[in-house]
Design a protein around this ligand. Structure first.
Ligand SMILES: *[C@@H]1O[C@H](CO)[C@@H](O)[C@H](O)[C@H]1NC(C)=O
Ligand SMILES: *[C@@H]1O[C@H](CO)[C@@H](O)[C@H](O)[C@H]1NC(C)=O
Ligand SMILES: *[C@@H]1O[C@H](CO)[C@@H](O)[C@H](O)[C@H]1NC(C)=O
Ligand SMILES: *[C@@H]1O[C@H](CO)[C@@H](O)[C@H](O)[C@H]1NC(C)=O
Ligand SMILES: *[C@@H]1O[C@H](CO)[C@@H](O)[C@H](O)[C@H]1NC(C)=O
Ligand SMILES: *[C@@H]1O[C@H](CO)[C@@H](O)[C@H](O)[C@H]1NC(C)=O
Ligand SMILES: *[C@@H]1O[C@H](CO)[C@@H](O)[C@H](O)[C@H]1NC(C)=O
Ligand SMILES: *[C@@H]1O[C@H](CO)[C@@H](O)[C@H](O)[C@H]1NC(C)=O
Length: 471
């Protein structure tokens, strides 16, 4: 649970920090039922959505609709530059809808995540919110006037695809970027994510991988003595030394999550993702690990990687490796989702990847979930509800994945039909294609964005053809 949770939260953190108020919009509220699927709870609450209609042709312009994922919606609005880049040429209205139980879309205020209130946090409820919102944006017309294109990245990409599958009458097509729709139990090997993380490092330098792989046991042995623990605290500027095995485990988890994140946000340009990072952060990290090292030399080198990761701006006082509470990111609901329907098994082998071996243990996972939320996960629920790899009946969805992105291991890399197609971006990390155009973009991501535009063109034409047939 913790690993995937951390990764997704890390991603939110990443996006959150990028917010530089580049894009402008109006913030609105929309009333939704607490429970779309039963009639006994009559309460309703407001979800937030952000709108920019400055580019919009109000006569018949499309609605570009971001299906918000696990975090405050500003984060995604600011980070999905592709939608902003193309809005004026399509004369589109931009809408970014906030996922219930995140950001300010809390049905029970700050008690929403309490066990007695959290039960209405599901992907299906969120999609039903989006459906109601679209109906409203269409003016509650029986024959919708505006074509709607859904966009989303990561879990938001899963939602955009599922939205088209479940509500094809409301949404004309979906761009699902870096959506790990195959990450569910028994669909892909649990080690695939970490295999890709490792290969991102291997591409730079095999010795880098060898050093990281040998560092875990060296580190655990080294930290057996208090003196060494103090040495490491001073050398890495840790906020506190490791005092016992719990602390050592926290440090190991922190480092593993660091390497995972560097792979995920391995963008060709300097970015403020997760934290400010240089262009090609994996390459930068591996500079320090390009010769086989051991002992304190190895730890000093990893300390330099920690500096890049935690202190690129030079403003971090100390490295708080025990902090798994990511501040006011509002992503804590993901932990509950990961304990109910979004089960994405993760493991490491230590052979195919550069991490310590750690098997996937569903029993343990379920026990932890029960302790925390008094719920048991239903490992097959999402596959059954959303189709797993049996989605031939769907249409008008693009699944894009960058091969540098560890999440691509759970993505759709081969087209399923002529209208459910895969776009593989050989040298892109996590949903780079949804970001604003950048001078450092590789050709492959420019091509991917062109394919997105061609598909959007086609879907809009289809909508208008159908519309004219009705008259
Ligand atoms: C929409 O975005 C454009 C371009 O960023 C900006 O000029 C405009 O003021 C925005 N409109 C609203 C309503 O925020
Ligand atoms: C149930 O909800 C509807 C719509 O929000 C409202 O008009 C009605 O008064 C509510 N009924 C009760 C008993 O709360
Ligand atoms: C929770 O919300 C209530 C009512 O809005 C407020 O009085 C309280 O201070 C909040 N608690 C926390 C921990 O934020
Ligand atoms: C630990 O460090 C202290 C002070 O630097 C020194 O006196 C002591 O011998 C060291 N102990 C070990 C086991 O290295
Ligand atoms: C481990 O040490 C930390 C302080 O570094 C302390 O807060 C924690 O309770 C200790 N855990 C155990 C299991 O002793
Ligand atoms: C580091 O490697 C060298 C050469 O392989 C070896 O002699 C030395 O004992 C190693 N040091 C540690 C701390 O493992
Ligand atoms: C971050 O960098 C600044 C400036 O180089 C330095 O003073 C500070 O100690 C560093 N923080 C950490 C955690 O290493
Ligand atoms: C999985 O976890 C359960 C519960 O913690 C434990 O009893 C079991 O031995 C574990 N299985 C394996 C293969 O480690």
């Amino acid at each position: 649970m913790t690993k995937i949770t951390m990764l997704l939260i890390v991603l939110i953190l990443a996006i959150f920090n990028l917010v530089n108020c580049e894009y402008q919009y109006e913030t609105k509220l929309f009333k939704v039922p607490l429970d779309h699927f039963g009639y006994q709870r009559n309460e309703s609450f407001n979800i937030r959505y952000l709108v920019n209609d400055s580019f919009w042709d109000i006569g018949s312009g499309p609605i570009f609709f971001y299906t918000g994922n696990e975090g405050q919606i500003e984060t995604f609005a600011q980070h999905t530059g592709f939608m902003w880049d193309i809005a004026s040429s399509y004369r589109a209205k931009l809408v970014f809808a906030e996922h219930r139980y995140y950001g300010h879309s809390m049905p029970f205020g700050n008690k929403s995540l309490d066990n007695e209130h959290v039960g209405y946090l599901t992907a299906a409820q969120a999609l039903a919110d989006y459906a109601d919102l679209i109906n409203y944006l269409q003016g509650d017309r029986l024959k919708p006037k505006y074509p709607v294109i859904a966009f989303g990245g990561s879990y938001g990409g899963m939602l955009s695809a599922y939205f088209r599958m479940k509500y094809p009458h409301l949404v004309t097509g979906a761009i699902a970027a870096s959506a790990p729709v195959h990450m569910y139990p028994n669909m892909v090997p649990c080690e695939v994510f970490h295999r890709i993380v490792t290969s991102s490092f291997k591409i730079v330098n095999q010795k880098c991988v060898d050093n990281i792989r040998s560092s875990w046991s060296e580190l655990r042995t080294f930290l057996g003595s208090q003196n060494n623990s103090d040495w490491l605290k001073n050398n890495w500027n840790l906020c506190a030394p490791t005092k016992n095995s719990t602390d050592v485990q926290s440090l190991v988890d922190y480092l593993q999550s660091m390497f995972e994140t560097l792979a995920m946000v391995n963008y060709p340009f300097q970015s403020d993702f997760l934290m400010p990072l240089p262009a090609q952060p994996v390459r930068v990290a591996c500079q320090y690990l390009s010769e086989k090292l051991n002992g304190t030399q190895l730890f000093a080198a990893i300390g330099k990687v920690v500096q890049v990761y935690a202190n690129y701006t030079g403003k971090t006082d100390c490295v708080n490796y025990k902090n798994t509470d990511y501040g006011n990111l509002d992503a804590s609901g993901w932990d509950y989702q990961a304990c109910t329907e979004m089960i994405m098994p993760m493991c490491t082998t230590g052979v195919d990847d550069m991490f310590e071996a750690s098997p996937w243990n569903f029993t343990k996972y379920a026990e932890d979930c029960h302790k925390k939320y008094n719920v048991y996960p239903r490992p097959d629920a999402a596959r059954i509800e959303y189709g797993g790899d049996r989605i031939k009946a769907a249409s008008n969805i693009v699944f894009s994945n960058g091969l540098l992105d560890p999440w691509a291991g759970g993505g759709i890399l081969n087209s399923i039909s002529s209208t459910v197609t895969a776009v593989v971006i050989i040298d892109a990390a996590h949903h780079l294609d949804l970001m604003a155009a950048n001078a450092q973009d590789p050709e492959s991501v420019k091509m991917a964005r062109n394919i997105h535009r061609q598909n959007i063109d086609k879907w809009l034409r289809e909508f208008r053809d159908e519309q004219s047939k009705r008259h």
